[in-house]
Each structure stands twice: as structure tokens, then as C-alpha cells.
Design a protein around this ligand. Structure first.
Ligand SMILES: [Mn+2]
Length: 687
């Protein structure tokens, strides 16, 4: 699918000012500007979060009262319970407080509900905890919506709520203290902390109060807080950025035996760990145990004092994570199968996707919905039913469509629903799913234009890789860690010439090539495009990185998007040409089902004497895919050509409509704008 490039807007004066005051390149200043940074001090705090101070935890409303009550519990040797949540944030927040209080000499125990008990505090659990002789309960990552439950056990238990979620309408009044930067009237400046972040701040406050530990130097368990901050997908800006940057640094030498085992199970021992590795390799392992078994096992790991026990637990998590992946793959392939049938039956013209199944794991359908959106770039709802009567759905959207508004327009169909612009959840009667599918599709088609369905590539700067010098590339390191609120910078350039393309990795899935002879580019999962890079100009999005290669430092372009460039003046294939391509594909498919785009273009051109660019040929294939005339399995690299089930109408294909209106061919080759850099390009191979 062709991407729509949107170059972010900037302000030259501010960029020049940041650049000169901070001594960074204008490119770096521009990327900072695109992250909402408009002055040199904020920019400095962003680039050097370690040097920026922690906020004083006692600014948080309720912190003083909470600390005093915990101090009293320590003095009176009361038994304290930590009550958490079953996701990574909840497990981590629990672990941080248990570890802190244990260090301070408290008698402390913990409780995490099962998914079947539901999220947050529940009365039976609270009563059971009180019956174990506990006087003080501290909630982490939950509790802010549980006024009723806290009131119900008021005579049995003192409750301190620590949370980061937005408060409900009826505020918590029955708790001894409420610590939540998002509660009404809390002056704490950092509103984006996760539950474990709040637990970490409480630990800082307790250590200062009871041990006189300087808040600015207190970083115990910061690596656990960092893991949760990444996993909970809160913005990695402000104090969160400081926590994650410092926590990632500590991760490799963590004193938490369980986390060390987890890092080992993920195969990351001795490696510099990035936020991405936490998000995709470490956190999912902890998450799976909460999804498939009980989060108490995850917490047990984080609290383990025994390396052998921790290793055994971490190995179990590996197995569960594999199981979760298998379930995800099964749901995904069944969903893809449904999309394929819908395309064939409707002859294209899909504006949205509504797919459903029986006994699909509720904890997994949200992940699947995200993958489906990634693949088709259509607003998607995935539903699952257990009893056949009621279904639960997970919704994911594309930027042009506000999902919550779409659901509002058909709220008569739902028993329950909620969410925001890009994600939502719902519960409804299974029998109404066909009606949901029809009305949702109609809503989307009414509200979106064809070009809204093109995936968007947000570009920080149009710049040719040869213009990136060594100094500038080095500055890119300082943007890490990446995550919500701080995406990878995207540099892009059209009409680039590549050479010396080589495939690498297992099954030759990855690609490396040279730009301008001496700039190395690496494109993951693009191995099949090696012939394209060799023979035609390409459109690139990339991020520069400095790395060491054969003892020499050099710049590498990490390619995030690689597309064929349209030849200048070339038009989108018309009806006749599409028919030629279609007949060619049918002929080929009789003897081979191998799908290799570059090889197919060559064969087509030599067989028909035409001169199709890869871009035009790929456009034609997109049209057939949308119309259900071709099914491509991009993992297996095979294709099949089902017989059309409906009368063919090319105008049912969005790509055809956009193409014939000349809305998807790239504009004439963009000449990269040159921006002044701090040093000359000669430095590229500096040692
Ligand atoms: Mn949370």
C-alpha cells in the first residue's frame, strides 16, 4: 500500500535558536521541535534527562498523609498488604512497594486479583485480606474508582490508594490517603507517571522520611519502574523519560533477581537494553502470565530471592509467552481468512473490517486488531463470543477515523462500550454483528475520503542520506528511548539510487545496499526487493545510526520504508493494461504460485514487450487484491487467483480510483532540501 508522506511543519526561528544555544545541528533542533520542544532549556532536559532533577515526591497531594500512615504502621509493626493489578504495570508497582517496605523492615504481603475477579479492588478480596490480620492496605495501579469497595471495608482496613488512572465521578473519600497525580487538585507537575512510577515516587518519599535518603540520588528499583513505564504505554517525556533512561541503564546490572532471570529468558544478558526490547521482548513475557494464568506468578518472580527459583519461573514465562504468540497467530490467520472471503464476495469496496470468532481469547483480540490494521489500514473491530449470545469486541482505527465517535453513532447496538479515537472496546449481542458490520462500513464510507485510507508516513525532514554527516548521526542517539510521545525520527528522500544490494539473515529476509557507493543502508524484511533496489530508483524513509564496522565507525541508514518510485510522467495503468497484467498473472499461476514482485515485473515486461515500472505493476496488483482477484500470502510468498464471484467493477478498488485520479503517483522527484549542518560531510568516516 502506497504511503502518504506528510512533512511536519516547523518554525525556522525557534529551530535556529535551539540549535545555536544548545550547539546541536538544526536537524536535531527541528526533530526536537516536532516533539513539542520550543526552547533551549526544555531541549536540554530532553537530551540529558539524567541531569534534570526528579520532582519532589511530597508535592504530590496525599503523599505526606500516606507516608505518615505507613511510618505509623512500621512503628507499630502492623501487617501491610499491597494490592495490585494483573498487567505489567500492576505487577511492577506491587514489586516496587513490597521491595521498598521490606527494605524498611515492614511486615508486608501482596495480593493481585485474577482477571476473572475483574480490575481493581473487590470486597471479598479485601475482607479476606483483613481476616489475615492486616490493618493497612496500599493499592497500586488501581483503586481510584473504588470508593464503594473502600467504604465497605472502612471498619476493617485502612486503605491508601496509589494510582495513576483518571478519577471516577465520585471521588475516593473513605481512604486514609489518595496519591495520584491525576486526582483533582494535585499540583504534581508530571501527570503521565504509570502506576509503578507512582509507587517509585512513594518509595523515594519513604526513603527520605525514614532513612534520610536524598530523593535526587534514590534510584532503587528504577529499572522495574522503567519496564512498567514502557509496558504501560505512557508518554516517554518529562519525568518518565528520566525514569526510563536511567532505568534502562540499570537494567543490565539489576539487583532484582527475577528481572535478571527475565532478561536471561529473553536472551538479552550482557546487551545494552533498549525501550523497544523491553516493550517487545521483556514485558510481553510478564504480561502473558497475567493473560493466561495468574499475575501472582509474575509478581513472585519479581520478588524472588533465589536465582534457581527465578530461572525456573522465567522459563515458565517463556513457555506461556510462546503459547500466547501461538494463540495470536491462530486468531490472526483466521481473521485474515475472513477478510479474504469478504473481498471475494463483495468484489472489493471494503471500508472497514468486522471479524468475529468463538472462544478467541479476550486478552489477545486487541493485539490481533492492531495487526489487522497494520496490514490492511482499515478501521477494524474484532469480536469474540464464549456463549454464542454475547460478544466482546476490540476496536482499532486509522488516524482519519475517530473510533469512539463511530461507536457513538450506533450505540443502540451495544450493551457497553467505551474508548477513544484510536482504540475502543464493546460488548454486544452476537446476533447483531452483521448489522454492526453493515452500519460501521456505511459510517466509515460516509466520513472518509479515498485518500484517508492511505497509510501516513510522518516525515521530520526530506533529506538525502549523503547529507547526514557523522556529528549529526551521533546526535540521534540522544533521542532514545523511543515510545509513545517520542517516536523514532523519520528522515525521507524520494528518487534515491541504490547499488550492491545483498540479502541477509535466515531465508534472506533482510536487505542491505549502498547509497552513493559508501553509505550503508539496511532494510529489515525487504530481502525480496533486492532486484528493485538494483534496477530502479526508490523512495526511502530512514533513520541514521552510528555503528562500528570492521573497527571503523560509520553511518548506517536504518530503512523504515522502501517503495518503488514512479517513473516520471508515468500514469497509473488503465483498464486495458490492468487486463494484460491480470491475464499474465493467471497464466503464470497455472504453473507457479511463487510470489516475487520483482521477478514478476521482469517476466511481464519481457513477455509482453512493455515497460512497466515496479511501482505501476505493484499498483495493478493492489487493485486485484482489493477486488478479491488475487490472494497473496506475504509470509509464505505465494499467491492464488480465485475466480471472481461478482461482476467486476474496477471502481470498487480504492487504489484504482486514487490511481486514475492521479492521487497516488509520487510527485516528480523531490530534490532534497539542504539544511546547514554543524560539520562537513567529509566527517562521515571519522574514526
Ligand atoms: Mn497502569
Amino acid at each position: 500500500m502506497r504511503k502518504r508522506w506528510i512533512v511536519k511543519e516547523s518554525n525556522t526561528d525557534i529551530i535556529k535558536k535551539i540549535s545555536s544555544e544548545l550547539g546541536v545541528s538544526e536537524l536535531t533542533a527541528k526533530i526536537l521541535f516536532h516533539r513539542g520542544i520550543k526552547d533551549a532549556q526544555t531541549a536540554k532536559n530532553f537530551l540529558e534527562p539524567e541531569a534534570a532533577p526528579f520532582n519532589d515526591p511530597f508535592i504530590m497531594k496525599g503523599m505526606r498523609t500516606a507516608v505518615d500512615r505507613i511510618k505509623q504502621a512500621l512503628n507499630d509493626d502492623e501487617k501491610i498488604f499491597i494490592y495490585g493489578d494483573y498487567d505489567v504495570d500492576g505487577m511492577s508497582a506491587s514489586a516496587i512497594l513490597v521491595r521498598t517496605l521490606t527494605r524498611l523492615g515492614a511486615r508486608v504481603d501482596s495480593y493481585i486479583p485474577d482477571r476473572s475477579e475483574g480490575y481493581g479492588l473487590n470486597v471479598p478480596a479485601l475482607q479476606k485480606i483483613a481476616a489475615q490480620g492486616c490493618n493497612l492496605l496500599i493499592s497500586v495501579d488501581c483503586g481510584i474508582t473504588n470508593e464503594n469497595e473502600i467504604a465497605a471495608v472502612k471498619d476493617l482496613l485502612d486503605v491508601i490508594v496509589t494510582d495513576h488512572h483518571l478519577p471516577a465521578l465520585d471521588e475516593v473519600q473513605s481512604a486514609v490517603a489518595v496519591v495520584n497525580p491525576n486526582q483533582h487538585g494535585c499540583p504534581y507537575p508530571e501527570k503521565n507517571l504509570c502506576g509503578a512510577g507512582v509507587a517509585f515516587k512513594l518509595s523515594q518519599a519513604l526513603a527520605w522520611e525514614l532513612r534520610g535518603d536524598d530523593v535526587q540520588n534514590y534510584t532503587k528499583d528504577i529499572e522495574i519502574a522503567a519496564m512498567a513505564t514502557v509496558a504501560d504505554i505512557v508518554p516517554l517525556v518529562g519525568e518518565n523519560r528520566k525514569i526510563v533512561r536511567m532505568g534502562l541503564r540499570e537494567m543490565g546490572r539489576t539487583k532484582c533477581i527475577g528481572l535478571r532471570a527475565l532478561i536471561g529468558a529473553a536472551g538479552l544478558v550482557g546487551k545494552k537494553i533498549s525501550a523497544g526490547q523491553v516493550a517487545f521482548q521483556i514485558a510481553p513475557r510478564l504480561n502473558s502470565v497475567g493473560r493466561l494464568r495468574t499475575a501472582r506468578e509474575g509478581l513472585k518472580l519479581l520478588l524472588s530471592e533465589d536465582a534457581d527459583e527465578a530461572k525456573t519461573l522465567a522459563r515458565q514465562l517463556n513457555r506461556l509467552n510462546q503459547q500466547r504468540k501461538d494463540i495470536e497467530t491462530a486468531i490472526l490467520s483466521s481473521a485474515v481468512e475472513q477478510v479474504k472471503r469478504m473481498r471475494e464476495e463483495r468484489g472489493g469496496n471494503l471500508n472497514s473490517l468486522v471479524v468475529s470468532g468463538t472462544d478467541w481469547l479476550e486478552g489477545v483480540i486487541g493485539l490481533t486488531a492492531s495487526k489487522i490494521v497494520e496490514r490492511y489500514n482499515l478501521p477494524t473491530i474484532i469480536l469474540t463470543t464464549r456463549d454464542g449470545i454475547t460478544s466482546r469486541g476490540s476496536c482499532r482505527s486509522i488516524p482519519a477515523l475517530h473510533m469512539k465517535n463511530a461507536l457513538d453513532s450506533m450505540n443502540d447496538l451495544f450493551e457497553q462500550y467505551g474508548g477513544h479515537s484510536q482504540a475502543a472496546g464493546l460488548t454486544m449481542a452476537t446476533k447483531d454483528i452483521p448489522e454492526l458490520a453493515a452500519r460501521f462500513d456505511e459510517y466509515v464510507s460516509r466520513n472518509l475520503r479515498d485518500e484517508d485510507f492511505l497509510p501516513i508516513l510522518n516525515v521530520d525532514e526530506i533529506i538525502h542520506p549523503a547529507q547526514i554527516n557523522f556529528d549529526v548521526a551521533k546526535e540521534f542517539d540522544r533521542f532514545e528511548p523511543y515510545g509513545l510521545g517520542n517516536p523514532h525520527p523519520v528522515l525521507a528522500c524520494k528518487n534515491v539510487r541504490g547499488s550492491s544490494a545483498k540479502t541477509m539473515g535466515r531465508d534472506n529476509v533482510h536487505l542491505s545496499f549502498d547509497i552513493d557507493e559508501n553509505i550503508r543502508a539496511v532494510a529489515w524484511n525487504c530481502g525480496n526487493l533486492a532486484p528493485l533496489v538494483e534496477s530502479e530508483p526508490i523512495d526511502l524513509a530512514y533513520e541514521p545510526e552510528v555503528n562500528e564496522w570492521q573497527g571503523e565507525l560509520r553511518i548506517q541508514c536504518n530503512v523504515s520504508s522502501l517503495e518503488p518510485t514512479a517513473a516520471e510522467g508515468e500514469l497509473f495503468p488503465g483498464r486495458e493494461e490492468l487486463l494484460d497484467v491480470y491475464n499474465f498473472l493467471r497464466r503464470i499461476n497455472v504453473s507457479s504460485n511463487r510470489f516475487n514482485l520483482c521477478a514478476l515485473v521482469r517476466a511481464f515486461n519481457s513477455e509482453t514487450g512493455k515497460n512497466f515500472s515496479t511501482y505501476a505493476f505493484d499498483g495493478a496488483i493492489n487493485v486485484f487484491e482489493e477486488l478479491g482477484l488475487i490472494t497473496i500470502d506475504r509470509d509464505k510468498k505465494t499467491f492464488s487467483m480465485p475466480r471472481p464471484k461478482t461482476k467486476l467493477d474496477l471502481r470498487n478498488s480504492r487504489t484504482f480510483r486514487l490511481g486514475s485520479e492521479q492521487k497516488i503517483f509520487s510527485p516528480p522527484a523531490t530534490t532534497a532540501k539542504i539544511i546547514p549542518l554543524t560539520a562537513t560531510a567529509k566527517l562521515r568516516f571519522a574514526k
